[in-house]
Design a protein around this ligand. Structure first.
Ligand code: HEM
Length: 419
Protein backbone atom coordinates (compact mmCIF):
# COMPACT_ATOMS: atom_id res chain seq x y z
CA UNK A 1 0.00 0.00 0.00
CA UNK A 2 1.19 3.56 -0.64
CA UNK A 3 1.40 6.35 1.93
CA UNK A 4 -1.23 8.59 0.36
CA UNK A 5 -3.59 7.87 3.24
CA UNK A 6 -6.22 10.31 2.02
CA UNK A 7 -6.75 8.79 -1.41
CA UNK A 8 -10.13 7.04 -1.46
CA UNK A 9 -8.54 4.00 -3.05
CA UNK A 10 -6.21 3.60 -0.04
CA UNK A 11 -9.00 4.27 2.42
CA UNK A 12 -10.65 1.06 1.19
CA UNK A 13 -8.26 -0.89 3.36
CA UNK A 14 -9.07 0.77 6.67
CA UNK A 15 -11.39 -0.63 9.30
CA UNK A 16 -13.80 2.34 9.33
CA UNK A 17 -14.36 1.93 5.62
CA UNK A 18 -15.06 -1.77 5.92
CA UNK A 19 -17.77 -0.67 8.38
CA UNK A 20 -19.32 1.58 5.70
CA UNK A 21 -17.62 1.66 2.31
CA UNK A 22 -20.32 3.72 0.56
CA UNK A 23 -18.73 7.21 0.93
CA UNK A 24 -15.50 5.82 -0.48
CA UNK A 25 -17.36 4.25 -3.38
CA UNK A 26 -18.91 7.66 -4.10
CA UNK A 27 -15.50 9.33 -4.05
CA UNK A 28 -14.07 6.64 -6.34
CA UNK A 29 -16.89 7.08 -8.87
CA UNK A 30 -16.23 10.81 -8.93
CA UNK A 31 -12.63 10.05 -9.97
CA UNK A 32 -13.41 7.56 -12.74
CA UNK A 33 -14.13 3.84 -13.19
CA UNK A 34 -10.58 2.51 -12.69
CA UNK A 35 -7.95 3.63 -10.14
CA UNK A 36 -4.32 2.71 -9.73
CA UNK A 37 -3.51 1.59 -6.21
CA UNK A 38 0.21 0.96 -6.78
CA UNK A 39 2.54 -0.67 -9.35
CA UNK A 40 0.92 -4.07 -8.90
CA UNK A 41 -2.76 -3.32 -8.35
CA UNK A 42 -5.64 -1.44 -9.95
CA UNK A 43 -9.09 -1.05 -8.41
CA UNK A 44 -12.25 -1.08 -10.54
CA UNK A 45 -15.44 0.62 -9.34
CA UNK A 46 -17.30 1.20 -12.64
CA UNK A 47 -20.11 -1.22 -13.50
CA UNK A 48 -19.23 -1.68 -17.19
CA UNK A 49 -15.52 -2.10 -16.43
CA UNK A 50 -16.15 -4.56 -13.56
CA UNK A 51 -18.47 -6.57 -15.80
CA UNK A 52 -15.80 -6.56 -18.53
CA UNK A 53 -13.10 -7.84 -16.16
CA UNK A 54 -15.33 -10.68 -14.92
CA UNK A 55 -16.28 -11.78 -18.46
CA UNK A 56 -13.06 -11.21 -20.42
CA UNK A 57 -10.63 -14.12 -20.91
CA UNK A 58 -7.79 -11.59 -20.60
CA UNK A 59 -8.51 -11.31 -16.88
CA UNK A 60 -8.20 -14.58 -15.02
CA UNK A 61 -8.81 -15.87 -11.51
CA UNK A 62 -5.77 -16.25 -9.29
CA UNK A 63 -5.18 -19.99 -9.28
CA UNK A 64 -2.45 -21.67 -7.25
CA UNK A 65 0.04 -21.35 -10.15
CA UNK A 66 -0.43 -17.56 -10.19
CA UNK A 67 0.01 -17.37 -6.41
CA UNK A 68 3.19 -19.42 -6.62
CA UNK A 69 4.56 -17.06 -9.24
CA UNK A 70 3.77 -13.88 -7.31
CA UNK A 71 4.29 -15.13 -3.75
CA UNK A 72 6.54 -18.20 -3.81
CA UNK A 73 5.95 -20.49 -0.83
CA UNK A 74 2.78 -18.69 0.29
CA UNK A 75 0.38 -21.38 -0.88
CA UNK A 76 2.44 -24.13 0.75
CA UNK A 77 2.48 -22.16 4.03
CA UNK A 78 -1.27 -21.50 4.10
CA UNK A 79 -3.72 -24.42 3.84
CA UNK A 80 -6.63 -21.98 3.50
CA UNK A 81 -5.05 -20.36 0.43
CA UNK A 82 -4.24 -23.80 -1.01
CA UNK A 83 -7.81 -24.95 -0.44
CA UNK A 84 -9.42 -21.92 -2.11
CA UNK A 85 -6.74 -21.95 -4.83
CA UNK A 86 -7.59 -25.54 -5.79
CA UNK A 87 -11.36 -25.03 -5.75
CA UNK A 88 -13.69 -24.21 -8.66
CA UNK A 89 -13.77 -20.51 -7.79
CA UNK A 90 -10.06 -20.23 -8.66
CA UNK A 91 -9.90 -22.87 -11.42
CA UNK A 92 -9.05 -21.90 -15.00
CA UNK A 93 -10.44 -23.34 -18.23
CA UNK A 94 -10.70 -26.13 -19.25
CA UNK A 95 -10.60 -27.68 -15.74
CA UNK A 96 -13.00 -25.03 -14.50
CA UNK A 97 -15.73 -26.08 -16.93
CA UNK A 98 -15.41 -29.74 -15.98
CA UNK A 99 -15.61 -29.16 -12.24
CA UNK A 100 -18.31 -26.50 -12.54
CA UNK A 101 -20.49 -28.79 -14.66
CA UNK A 102 -20.32 -31.53 -12.04
CA UNK A 103 -20.98 -29.21 -9.11
CA UNK A 104 -23.83 -27.33 -10.80
CA UNK A 105 -26.16 -30.32 -11.26
CA UNK A 106 -27.86 -30.15 -7.85
CA UNK A 107 -28.13 -26.34 -7.98
CA UNK A 108 -30.23 -25.80 -11.11
CA UNK A 109 -33.36 -23.63 -10.73
CA UNK A 110 -35.53 -26.76 -11.03
CA UNK A 111 -33.70 -28.58 -8.23
CA UNK A 112 -33.75 -25.46 -6.10
CA UNK A 113 -37.52 -25.12 -6.57
CA UNK A 114 -37.73 -28.61 -5.05
CA UNK A 115 -36.00 -27.31 -1.90
CA UNK A 116 -38.58 -24.56 -1.29
CA UNK A 117 -40.64 -26.77 1.06
CA UNK A 118 -37.54 -27.60 3.08
CA UNK A 119 -36.70 -23.87 3.26
CA UNK A 120 -40.22 -23.14 4.47
CA UNK A 121 -40.02 -25.86 7.13
CA UNK A 122 -36.67 -24.65 8.47
CA UNK A 123 -37.84 -21.01 8.37
CA UNK A 124 -40.96 -21.74 10.43
CA UNK A 125 -39.03 -23.82 12.95
CA UNK A 126 -36.45 -21.05 13.40
CA UNK A 127 -39.13 -18.37 13.73
CA UNK A 128 -40.75 -20.51 16.47
CA UNK A 129 -37.36 -20.55 18.19
CA UNK A 130 -37.06 -16.76 17.93
CA UNK A 131 -40.58 -16.32 19.32
CA UNK A 132 -39.78 -18.58 22.27
CA UNK A 133 -36.61 -16.67 23.08
CA UNK A 134 -38.42 -13.36 22.82
CA UNK A 135 -41.42 -14.54 24.87
CA UNK A 136 -40.84 -11.88 27.55
CA UNK A 137 -40.75 -9.11 24.93
CA UNK A 138 -36.97 -8.76 25.11
CA UNK A 139 -34.57 -8.51 22.18
CA UNK A 140 -33.21 -11.44 20.19
CA UNK A 141 -30.24 -11.47 17.86
CA UNK A 142 -31.45 -12.05 14.30
CA UNK A 143 -27.95 -13.05 13.15
CA UNK A 144 -27.51 -15.87 15.68
CA UNK A 145 -31.13 -16.92 15.84
CA UNK A 146 -32.01 -16.91 12.15
CA UNK A 147 -29.61 -15.48 9.55
CA UNK A 148 -26.95 -18.15 10.10
CA UNK A 149 -29.00 -21.21 11.11
CA UNK A 150 -31.30 -21.07 8.04
CA UNK A 151 -28.66 -21.31 5.31
CA UNK A 152 -26.58 -23.71 7.41
CA UNK A 153 -29.57 -26.05 7.71
CA UNK A 154 -30.27 -25.89 3.98
CA UNK A 155 -26.75 -26.25 2.63
CA UNK A 156 -26.02 -29.07 5.07
CA UNK A 157 -29.24 -30.82 4.05
CA UNK A 158 -28.30 -30.42 0.38
CA UNK A 159 -24.75 -31.67 0.88
CA UNK A 160 -25.72 -34.42 3.31
CA UNK A 161 -23.97 -33.21 6.47
CA UNK A 162 -25.41 -34.96 9.56
CA UNK A 163 -27.63 -32.62 11.60
CA UNK A 164 -25.57 -33.18 14.76
CA UNK A 165 -22.41 -31.75 13.14
CA UNK A 166 -23.97 -28.53 11.82
CA UNK A 167 -23.32 -26.38 14.87
CA UNK A 168 -19.59 -26.96 14.42
CA UNK A 169 -19.44 -25.24 11.03
CA UNK A 170 -20.38 -21.65 11.62
CA UNK A 171 -17.17 -20.43 13.30
CA UNK A 172 -14.98 -22.45 10.98
CA UNK A 173 -16.62 -21.08 7.83
CA UNK A 174 -16.37 -17.54 9.23
CA UNK A 175 -12.69 -18.05 10.04
CA UNK A 176 -12.06 -19.50 6.58
CA UNK A 177 -13.66 -16.49 4.88
CA UNK A 178 -10.82 -14.22 6.05
CA UNK A 179 -8.59 -15.78 3.39
CA UNK A 180 -10.67 -13.80 0.84
CA UNK A 181 -10.00 -10.40 2.44
CA UNK A 182 -8.00 -8.05 0.19
CA UNK A 183 -5.76 -6.81 3.02
CA UNK A 184 -5.63 -10.09 4.93
CA UNK A 185 -4.03 -9.89 8.37
CA UNK A 186 -1.61 -12.61 9.51
CA UNK A 187 -3.65 -13.29 12.67
CA UNK A 188 -6.82 -13.85 10.62
CA UNK A 189 -4.95 -15.97 8.11
CA UNK A 190 -3.82 -18.35 10.89
CA UNK A 191 -7.46 -18.78 11.90
CA UNK A 192 -8.40 -19.36 8.25
CA UNK A 193 -5.64 -22.00 7.98
CA UNK A 194 -6.82 -23.87 11.07
CA UNK A 195 -10.41 -23.77 9.80
CA UNK A 196 -9.42 -25.02 6.33
CA UNK A 197 -7.48 -27.96 7.79
CA UNK A 198 -10.36 -28.89 10.12
CA UNK A 199 -12.98 -28.65 7.37
CA UNK A 200 -10.88 -30.62 4.87
CA UNK A 201 -10.38 -33.40 7.42
CA UNK A 202 -14.09 -33.45 8.23
CA UNK A 203 -15.20 -33.70 4.59
CA UNK A 204 -12.51 -36.27 3.72
CA UNK A 205 -14.03 -38.43 6.49
CA UNK A 206 -17.57 -37.89 5.22
CA UNK A 207 -16.52 -38.71 1.64
CA UNK A 208 -14.98 -41.97 2.91
CA UNK A 209 -18.23 -42.85 4.72
CA UNK A 210 -20.40 -42.11 1.66
CA UNK A 211 -18.07 -44.09 -0.57
CA UNK A 212 -18.67 -47.08 1.69
CA UNK A 213 -22.40 -46.43 2.26
CA UNK A 214 -23.96 -44.03 -0.32
CA UNK A 215 -27.04 -42.01 0.65
CA UNK A 216 -29.44 -39.72 -1.26
CA UNK A 217 -27.35 -36.56 -0.99
CA UNK A 218 -24.96 -34.36 -2.94
CA UNK A 219 -21.82 -35.81 -1.35
CA UNK A 220 -22.88 -39.33 -2.36
CA UNK A 221 -23.67 -38.26 -5.94
CA UNK A 222 -20.33 -36.45 -6.28
CA UNK A 223 -18.53 -39.47 -4.81
CA UNK A 224 -19.99 -41.46 -7.74
CA UNK A 225 -18.12 -39.21 -10.20
CA UNK A 226 -14.88 -39.02 -8.23
CA UNK A 227 -11.81 -41.23 -8.10
CA UNK A 228 -10.56 -42.23 -4.67
CA UNK A 229 -7.21 -43.31 -6.11
CA UNK A 230 -6.48 -39.81 -7.53
CA UNK A 231 -5.06 -39.23 -4.02
CA UNK A 232 -5.26 -36.27 -1.68
CA UNK A 233 -2.23 -34.67 -3.30
CA UNK A 234 -3.62 -34.78 -6.85
CA UNK A 235 -3.15 -31.53 -8.73
CA UNK A 236 -6.61 -30.09 -9.29
CA UNK A 237 -5.54 -28.78 -12.68
CA UNK A 238 -3.64 -31.83 -13.89
CA UNK A 239 -6.48 -34.00 -15.12
CA UNK A 240 -8.75 -33.05 -18.00
CA UNK A 241 -10.72 -36.20 -18.70
CA UNK A 242 -13.86 -34.10 -18.75
CA UNK A 243 -16.13 -35.91 -16.37
CA UNK A 244 -14.56 -36.88 -13.09
CA UNK A 245 -13.22 -35.28 -9.95
CA UNK A 246 -10.04 -36.21 -8.11
CA UNK A 247 -10.35 -36.89 -4.37
CA UNK A 248 -8.76 -33.57 -3.38
CA UNK A 249 -10.90 -31.69 -5.91
CA UNK A 250 -13.99 -33.25 -4.39
CA UNK A 251 -13.02 -32.35 -0.83
CA UNK A 252 -11.90 -28.75 -1.52
CA UNK A 253 -15.08 -28.07 -3.47
CA UNK A 254 -17.30 -29.50 -0.75
CA UNK A 255 -15.63 -27.13 1.72
CA UNK A 256 -16.09 -24.25 -0.73
CA UNK A 257 -19.79 -25.05 -1.26
CA UNK A 258 -20.35 -25.20 2.47
CA UNK A 259 -18.59 -21.91 3.15
CA UNK A 260 -19.92 -20.12 0.05
CA UNK A 261 -23.34 -21.55 0.73
CA UNK A 262 -24.02 -20.01 4.10
CA UNK A 263 -21.67 -17.13 4.95
CA UNK A 264 -22.98 -15.19 1.96
CA UNK A 265 -26.63 -16.11 2.37
CA UNK A 266 -26.52 -15.28 6.09
CA UNK A 267 -25.28 -11.80 5.12
CA UNK A 268 -28.03 -11.45 2.50
CA UNK A 269 -30.63 -12.16 5.21
CA UNK A 270 -29.09 -9.82 7.77
CA UNK A 271 -28.29 -7.03 5.29
CA UNK A 272 -31.84 -7.35 3.98
CA UNK A 273 -33.40 -7.07 7.42
CA UNK A 274 -31.01 -4.20 8.20
CA UNK A 275 -32.49 -2.09 5.42
CA UNK A 276 -36.09 -3.37 5.59
CA UNK A 277 -36.48 -2.61 9.31
CA UNK A 278 -36.73 1.06 8.30
CA UNK A 279 -39.20 0.38 5.49
CA UNK A 280 -42.60 -0.68 6.87
CA UNK A 281 -44.36 -0.30 3.50
CA UNK A 282 -41.98 -2.76 1.82
CA UNK A 283 -42.29 -5.16 4.76
CA UNK A 284 -46.05 -5.01 4.49
CA UNK A 285 -45.95 -5.73 0.75
CA UNK A 286 -43.61 -8.71 1.27
CA UNK A 287 -45.86 -10.08 4.04
CA UNK A 288 -48.94 -9.92 1.80
CA UNK A 289 -47.38 -11.05 -1.46
CA UNK A 290 -44.52 -13.55 -1.70
CA UNK A 291 -43.81 -12.25 -5.24
CA UNK A 292 -42.96 -8.81 -3.78
CA UNK A 293 -40.15 -10.47 -1.84
CA UNK A 294 -38.29 -11.29 -5.08
CA UNK A 295 -37.96 -7.63 -6.11
CA UNK A 296 -36.86 -6.64 -2.61
CA UNK A 297 -34.25 -9.39 -2.49
CA UNK A 298 -32.86 -8.24 -5.86
CA UNK A 299 -32.59 -4.69 -4.52
CA UNK A 300 -30.99 -5.80 -1.22
CA UNK A 301 -28.40 -7.65 -3.30
CA UNK A 302 -27.65 -4.50 -5.32
CA UNK A 303 -27.74 -2.07 -2.43
CA UNK A 304 -25.79 -4.04 0.22
CA UNK A 305 -24.20 -7.09 -1.41
CA UNK A 306 -22.69 -9.76 0.84
CA UNK A 307 -19.65 -10.12 -1.45
CA UNK A 308 -18.31 -6.58 -1.96
CA UNK A 309 -15.14 -7.52 -3.77
CA UNK A 310 -13.38 -10.13 -5.85
CA UNK A 311 -10.18 -10.10 -7.89
CA UNK A 312 -8.49 -11.15 -11.13
CA UNK A 313 -5.15 -10.60 -12.88
CA UNK A 314 -4.29 -9.45 -16.40
CA UNK A 315 -2.79 -12.25 -18.48
CA UNK A 316 -1.55 -9.80 -21.15
CA UNK A 317 -1.03 -6.06 -21.69
CA UNK A 318 -4.44 -4.49 -22.15
CA UNK A 319 -6.56 -1.41 -21.40
CA UNK A 320 -9.49 -0.91 -19.07
CA UNK A 321 -11.66 2.17 -18.74
CA UNK A 322 -9.02 4.16 -20.61
CA UNK A 323 -6.17 2.99 -18.35
CA UNK A 324 -3.24 0.94 -19.65
CA UNK A 325 -2.89 -2.30 -17.73
CA UNK A 326 0.35 -4.26 -17.89
CA UNK A 327 0.47 -8.06 -17.97
CA UNK A 328 0.57 -9.39 -14.39
CA UNK A 329 -1.40 -6.46 -12.90
CA UNK A 330 -3.83 -7.56 -10.20
CA UNK A 331 -7.33 -6.16 -10.40
CA UNK A 332 -9.53 -5.61 -7.37
CA UNK A 333 -13.13 -5.64 -8.58
CA UNK A 334 -15.43 -3.69 -6.25
CA UNK A 335 -18.78 -5.40 -6.82
CA UNK A 336 -20.42 -3.22 -4.15
CA UNK A 337 -19.20 -0.05 -5.87
CA UNK A 338 -20.17 -1.27 -9.35
CA UNK A 339 -23.71 -1.80 -8.03
CA UNK A 340 -23.79 1.90 -7.11
CA UNK A 341 -22.28 3.25 -10.30
CA UNK A 342 -24.37 6.34 -11.16
CA UNK A 343 -23.67 5.70 -14.84
CA UNK A 344 -25.53 2.39 -14.54
CA UNK A 345 -28.16 2.92 -11.80
CA UNK A 346 -30.03 6.19 -11.31
CA UNK A 347 -29.99 7.46 -7.69
CA UNK A 348 -27.81 4.49 -6.81
CA UNK A 349 -27.78 5.11 -3.06
CA UNK A 350 -31.58 4.99 -2.85
CA UNK A 351 -33.10 1.61 -1.92
CA UNK A 352 -35.83 1.15 -4.51
CA UNK A 353 -37.30 -2.33 -5.10
CA UNK A 354 -39.36 -0.79 -7.92
CA UNK A 355 -36.34 0.19 -10.02
CA UNK A 356 -36.28 -1.43 -13.49
CA UNK A 357 -34.93 -4.94 -13.14
CA UNK A 358 -31.36 -5.22 -14.32
CA UNK A 359 -28.62 -7.42 -13.03
CA UNK A 360 -26.36 -6.21 -10.27
CA UNK A 361 -22.91 -7.79 -10.02
CA UNK A 362 -23.61 -9.29 -6.59
CA UNK A 363 -23.31 -12.86 -7.87
CA UNK A 364 -20.43 -11.96 -10.21
CA UNK A 365 -20.64 -12.38 -14.00
CA UNK A 366 -19.11 -14.50 -16.73
CA UNK A 367 -17.69 -18.01 -16.32
CA UNK A 368 -17.47 -17.89 -12.50
CA UNK A 369 -21.02 -16.56 -11.99
CA UNK A 370 -22.28 -17.86 -8.64
CA UNK A 371 -23.55 -21.44 -8.73
CA UNK A 372 -25.80 -20.89 -5.72
CA UNK A 373 -27.64 -17.74 -6.79
CA UNK A 374 -31.01 -19.46 -7.29
CA UNK A 375 -30.72 -21.17 -3.90
CA UNK A 376 -29.73 -17.99 -2.07
CA UNK A 377 -32.53 -15.93 -3.64
CA UNK A 378 -35.13 -18.61 -2.93
CA UNK A 379 -34.06 -18.84 0.74
CA UNK A 380 -34.24 -15.07 1.18
CA UNK A 381 -37.63 -14.78 -0.54
CA UNK A 382 -39.17 -17.51 1.64
CA UNK A 383 -37.52 -16.14 4.78
CA UNK A 384 -38.63 -12.51 4.35
CA UNK A 385 -42.20 -13.41 3.43
CA UNK A 386 -42.59 -15.65 6.49
CA UNK A 387 -40.73 -13.28 8.79
CA UNK A 388 -42.79 -10.19 8.02
CA UNK A 389 -46.09 -12.10 7.82
CA UNK A 390 -45.47 -13.45 11.32
CA UNK A 391 -43.82 -10.44 12.98
CA UNK A 392 -45.18 -7.31 11.25
CA UNK A 393 -44.05 -5.05 14.10
CA UNK A 394 -40.48 -6.31 14.28
CA UNK A 395 -38.14 -3.43 15.29
CA UNK A 396 -34.51 -2.69 15.90
CA UNK A 397 -33.58 -3.04 19.60
CA UNK A 398 -30.13 -1.57 20.12
CA UNK A 399 -27.10 -0.90 18.02
CA UNK A 400 -26.29 -3.47 15.38
CA UNK A 401 -22.65 -4.28 14.68
CA UNK A 402 -21.13 -4.95 11.29
CA UNK A 403 -18.54 -7.62 10.49
CA UNK A 404 -15.07 -6.15 9.95
CA UNK A 405 -14.74 -7.56 6.45
CA UNK A 406 -15.08 -6.28 2.92
CA UNK A 407 -15.01 -9.50 0.90
CA UNK A 408 -17.96 -10.82 2.91
CA UNK A 409 -19.82 -7.89 4.42
CA UNK A 410 -22.64 -8.56 6.82
CA UNK A 411 -23.68 -8.09 10.45
CA UNK A 412 -22.03 -9.58 13.52
CA UNK A 413 -25.22 -8.85 15.47
CA UNK A 414 -28.62 -7.36 14.70
CA UNK A 415 -30.76 -7.12 17.87
CA UNK A 416 -34.51 -6.94 17.27
CA UNK A 417 -37.77 -7.13 19.18
CA UNK A 418 -40.48 -9.15 17.49
CA UNK A 419 -43.35 -6.89 18.49
C1 HEM B 1 -26.34 -14.23 -1.30
C2 HEM B 1 -25.63 -15.30 -1.43
C3 HEM B 1 -24.43 -15.41 -2.34
C4 HEM B 1 -23.63 -14.44 -2.88
C5 HEM B 1 -23.75 -12.93 -2.71
C6 HEM B 1 -22.63 -15.11 -3.67
C7 HEM B 1 -21.65 -14.45 -4.42
C8 HEM B 1 -20.80 -15.07 -5.31
C9 HEM B 1 -19.90 -14.39 -6.20
C10 HEM B 1 -19.72 -12.87 -6.28
C11 HEM B 1 -19.23 -15.32 -6.91
C12 HEM B 1 -18.21 -15.07 -8.03
C13 HEM B 1 -16.84 -14.80 -7.48
C14 HEM B 1 -15.87 -14.43 -8.56
O1 HEM B 1 -16.21 -14.34 -9.75
O2 HEM B 1 -14.71 -14.20 -8.22
C15 HEM B 1 -19.70 -16.61 -6.47
C16 HEM B 1 -19.25 -17.81 -6.95
C17 HEM B 1 -19.65 -19.02 -6.42
N1 HEM B 1 -20.66 -19.25 -5.50
FE1 HEM B 1 -21.81 -17.87 -4.63
N2 HEM B 1 -22.82 -16.47 -3.58
C18 HEM B 1 -23.91 -16.70 -2.78
C19 HEM B 1 -24.46 -17.92 -2.46
C20 HEM B 1 -23.95 -19.12 -2.84
C21 HEM B 1 -24.50 -20.41 -2.46
C22 HEM B 1 -25.76 -20.63 -1.66
C23 HEM B 1 -23.65 -21.35 -3.00
C24 HEM B 1 -23.70 -22.87 -2.94
C25 HEM B 1 -24.71 -23.59 -2.68
C26 HEM B 1 -22.62 -20.66 -3.73
C27 HEM B 1 -21.60 -21.25 -4.42
C28 HEM B 1 -20.73 -20.60 -5.26
C29 HEM B 1 -19.71 -21.28 -6.04
C30 HEM B 1 -19.45 -22.79 -6.07
C31 HEM B 1 -19.05 -20.29 -6.78
C32 HEM B 1 -17.89 -20.50 -7.76
C33 HEM B 1 -18.42 -20.66 -9.18
C34 HEM B 1 -17.30 -20.76 -10.20
O3 HEM B 1 -16.17 -20.37 -9.89
O4 HEM B 1 -17.56 -21.26 -11.30
N3 HEM B 1 -22.83 -19.32 -3.61
N4 HEM B 1 -20.68 -16.44 -5.49
Amino acid sequence: MTNHALRPVDALFTSGVRENPVPVYRALHAGGPVHRLNDEWVVVCGYAEADEVLRSPVFQVKDSAFRERTRPGWIAAHPSAAMIGDSVIRARAPHHERVRRLLSRPLTSRRVAGLREAALGHTRRLLDGLAERAAGGGPVDFVDGFAYPLPIALICELLGVPAGDRGWFRDRATDLSYVLEPAGRERDLSRADAAASGLMEYFAGLVGERRARPEQDLISSLVQVSDADAGAGADANADADGARLGERELVVNLVLMLAAGFETTASLLANGLGVLLDRPADRDRIARDPAAAAACVQEVLRHDPPAQVTDRWATEDTALGGMRIAEGTQVLVLLGAANRDPRRFSDPDVFDPGRPAGPSLSFGAGPHFCLGSALARMEAEVAFHELFARFPAMALAGTPSRTDRLALRGYASLPVTLG
